[in-house]
Design a protein around this ligand. Structure first.
Ligand SMILES: [Zn+2]
Length: 108
């Protein structure tokens, strides 16, 4: 993995770094009721394609693009509609931090 891998789709040539104004804190509960709290660092590298989605606040297409990249890479992506919807909502919730005013976009 290069240092400039896109954090959304793993494309190896990210062009931008987004610094979220607020660090997202997203909770996830699995089927057994186990809670998992993700506190990411609020730094997201984005390739040209993904940054265009972020800049348009187009989270749904950003999620779809990320899921497609995960499938292509052979990562486990749910195939049932419910599991897929759950993962999509979770990803959108994380990405939503980038739409908060004050998020900065810096060239890499
Ligand atoms: Zn990307």
């Amino acid at each position: 993995m290069s240092m400039n891998t896109c954090d959304f789709c793993a494309f190896p040539f990210a062009k931008w770094l987004y610094l979220a104004a607020e660090r997202p804190l997203v909770g996830l509960v699995d089927d057994e009721g186990q809670g998992l709290l993700l506190d990411d660092d609020g730094r997201w590298r984005a390739c040209a394609t993904c940054s265009s989605y972020v800049d348009r606040r187009d989270l749904m297409d950003l999620v779809e693009h990320s899921l497609e990249a995960m499938r292509t890479a052979g990562a486990p992506v749910p195939t049932d509609p419910e599991g897929l919807a759950q993962l999509g909502l979770f990803m959108a919730a994380r990405y939503a931090a980038l739409t908060i005013p004050g998020t900065r976009k810096l060239p890499l």
